[in-house]
Design a protein around this ligand. Structure first.
Ligand code: ZN
Ligand code: ZN
Ligand code: ZN
Ligand code: ZN
Length: 103
């Protein structure tokens, strides 16, 4: 599965998303959610396999640089029943550190 490069907000690092080897084999309970790959040894990649049932995007608040107003999850009019996890770098997804996203 190809890695999808998310466009970063200005001044922020890009976030890599893909599906982990565990999830590719449907060993979903073993997937840590964040993983590394040999071809990107210094980057953490967020697993976006459907089992996680997580939609990810950057919230409007974070997009405008008002990170203090972002709670970490948000909803959008086009997905009214779906909670979307904000993957803006301000929530702690950084190089060299595995940090769980806020609930
Ligand atoms: Zn999975
Ligand atoms: Zn996974
Ligand atoms: Zn932010
Ligand atoms: Zn945010």
């Amino acid at each position: 599965m190809a890695i999808e490069w998310k466009k970063p907000a200005p001044g922020h690092e890009e976030i890599l998303t893909s599906v982990s080897a565990e999830c590719t084999r449907f060993e979903c309970e073993k997937c840590p959610g964040l993983f590394t790959r040999d071809d990107y040894p210094n980057r953490f990649i967020m697993c976006v396999h459907e089992c996680h049932r997580v939609m990810t995007d950057v919230s409007p608040e974070c997009e405008m640089g008002e990170c203090g107003k972002c709670s970490g999850t948000f909803t959008r009019e086009d997905y009214p029943n779906q909670s979307i996890t904000c993957i803006h770098t301000c929530h702690g997804l950084k190089d060299g550190a595995v940090t769980h996203l806020r609930d």
